[in-house]
Design a protein around this ligand. Structure first.
Ligand SMILES: Cc1cc2nc3c(=O)[nH]c(=O)nc-3n(C[C@H](O)[C@H](O)[C@H](O)COP(=O)(O)OP(=O)(O)OC[C@H]3O[C@@H](n4cnc5c(N)ncnc54)[C@H](O)[C@@H]3O)c2cc1C
Length: 540
């Protein structure tokens, strides 16, 4: 038998590499990363498949793509091009000496456990390990293609965005894009230059602007005070009520109902309970008549497609932007493990030696931000610095989390069981590894930093303030200061201050009314006398 590894990580995308880096930091050095693609960095490396497209920029802002102990170079744009992200990840791998542990062109075909050891079979050989970490990503070789029968009648070309390169240069075609997502928006913006593009969205979708001003990423307009009040005092419903289209000074008033103002695209779910498209470029194009919106498809006859609106048009190409099947694509694993619910979306409860990183879908922020904290926890569990609860406790918590998730994301849950609220989820994981700073202590020792953390844009750097490494703490403080000074963070701060005055006003008015009522009750006559006296003075 060849070497037995402590841990084999499957996938050299950023989630796999985060896990590797944190294992090395926890002194687990007998590790290997195996990946079937020719080069590391998963989808962010355009030489791999699947990967980003030539024109891809991130939809998550630079803040949420930042690794907590490895800042972007100064001057990085708010929504970097994929080549910038790749260079950033390459520098990260160099800085933390990750390359020697990575092996490419290894396609894993089966992973089975025998005698407490995982046997990893690949087309190029067999590997053995005590632990397995799956990091095969949410964009993979299993495109999700709709199964409605009418698609079989279509006589034009059918493609999934996975094969976009095959149609990216077509001209003068009628193209129907099926699905509302960041990808469908990006590809519609490209294809519309030379073709007629229609987008069909069946169950509605929220559209959120990527920016306020040019250097003000919209996803940064959120802070810890807002998070605390929304989650603990008001509820998400409060925010939804305040997005009402008839009230000035709110999202739907300025962006149209459900962020688009398109009747047939109205999502049934509220703002903070949905997955959004993080760009409104196509809404502009729809207003110019360049892109056509449609809802569900009713029927297809040859190339003629009839929509639920009753419109029928002829199309040359259907482009499915309907996502991927993330977990069911892990076909090298036992189906029971693959299909089971995981504890906090990471741990298979009945066997803690197999773990999953990067399979969550935060409705805002980014996947890498979440997989970084997940991998910190995984590394602590593997190195025995953190213990997991008992199997029963994990199963109980899974059932509870599942129920909460279905209530919180009613429109997305069936299709996307891994959709999460990134802020609550991050806090939950950070708590498990003791990464939440002692805010009370901070209040008394460094009130300025405390204030910046509370009112500045919500950020992941806060969870490095407890770190054993002084260097990492210093990087975190520098990042928190930079974020606090950004224009969008200031807007979040002003909003909180405005809220404060608004409620203070009502509170003071309430106290005054109570005071008056109290006195009126105590001495009705005296108040009446007083008013009469005042009035008589005015009459004179
Ligand atoms: C166009 C595009 C834009 C995106 N923009 C954003 C964004 O702005 N914000 C955001 O948060 N996310 C974005 N994403 C999602 C992106 O997937 C994540 O940001 C992140 O790259 C996920 O990293 P990962 O390591 O989990 O997965 P991946 O990068 O997908 O890496 C998984 C790796 O596993 C390997 N693998 C899979 N199966 C096997 C097997 N059987 N054997 C061996 N190796 C295997 C693959 O080869 C791959 O290298 C975007 C994705 C695309 C395609």
């Amino acid at each position: 038998m060849s070497d037995i590894y402590d841990t084999i990580i499957i996938g050299s995308g950023i989630s796999g590499l985060f896990t590797l880096k944190h294992l090395l930091e926890e002194n687990v050095k007998n590790v290997i990363v195996l990946d079937k693609n020719p080069e590391p960095f998963g989808v962010w490396n355009i030489n791999n498949h699947p990967s980003v497209y030539e024109k891809t920029h991130t939809v998550s802002s630079k803040l949420y793509m930042t690794i907590t102990d490895f800042p972007f170079p100064d001057g990085t744009p708010e929504f970097p091009h994929h080549s910038i992200i790749l260079k950033y990840y390459q520098d990260y791998a160099k800085r933390f000496n990750l390359y020697p542990y990575i092996k490419q062109n290894i396609n894993i075909t089966s992973v089975v456990k025998k005698n407490n050891l995982w046997i990893v079979n690949s087309e190029g050989g067999t590997y053995y390990s005590k632990n397995i970490v799956c990091a095969t990503g949410t964009v993979n070789d299993c495109p999700n293609i709709p199964t409605e029968k009418y698609y079989n009648n279509f006589t034009g070309q059918k493609k999934h965005n996975d094969n976009y390169e095959k149609i990216q240069n077509v001209k003068n075609k009628n193209i129907l894009i099926v699905g509302g997502s960041d990808t469908s928006s990006d590809l519609a913006m490209e294809l519309k230059n030379n073709n007629n593009v229609t987008i069909s969205i069946k169950n509605g979708m929220w559209f959120q602007n990527r920016n306020f001003g040019a250097y003000e990423a919209a996803d940064m307009y959120y802070n810890r005070i807002a998070d605390f009040f929304i989650k603990n005092i008001f509820s998400k419903k409060y925010v939804d009520n305040n997005t009402n289209p008839s009230n000035i000074n709110n999202i739907q008033f300025w962006w149209g109902e459900r962020g688009s103002g398109i009747d047939i695209w109205q999502s049934k779910c509220d703002y903070l309970n949905s997955y959004y498209v993080k760009s409104r470029e196509i809404i502009d194009q729809i207003s110019k008549g360049v892109i056509l919106p449609e809802n569900g498809i009713r029927d297809i006859q040859q190339q003629n497609i009839t929509f639920e609106t009753g419109n029928t048009r002829k199309y040359d190409i259907i482009l499915f932007c309907t996502g991927y099947k993330p977990l069911s694509c892990i076909n090298f694993l036992d189906k029971n493990i693959m299909n089971s619910e995981k504890y906090k979306h990471i741990f298979y409860p009945t066997d803690k030696s197999i773990m999953f990183v990067g399979y969550i879908r935060p409705y805002l922020t980014s996947i890498p931000m979440i997989s970084e904290i997940q991998s910190r926890w995984i590394a602590k569990v593997i190195s025995d610095k953190c213990l997991l609860p008992s199997v029963e406790e994990m199963k109980k918590e899974i059932a509870k989390d599942d129920l909460n998730q279905s209530k919180e994301f009613p429109c997305s849950y069936d299709r996307l069981k891994t959709i999460i609220d990134p802020y609550s989820y991050y806090n939950t994981i950070a708590k498990k590894i003791d990464a939440i700073p002692n805010y009370i202590n901070l209040f008394f020792t460094n009130i300025f930093l405390f204030y910046k953390i509370m009112v500045g844009s919500w950020n992941q750097h806060v969870y490095r303030l407890n770190d054993e490494s002084k260097t990492k703490q210093d990087i975190a403080i520098e990042n928190i200061n930079k974020i606090y000074n950004s224009k969008i963070s200031k807007k979040a701060e002003y909003t909180v201050i405005a809220w404060f005055y608004y409620y203070l006003f009502y509170f003071v008015a309430f106290i005054i009314i109570l005071f008056l009522l109290y006195h009126a009750y105590r001495d009705k006559k005296q108040i009446l006398k007083y008013i009469k006296k005042k009035l008589s003075i005015y009459k004179k």
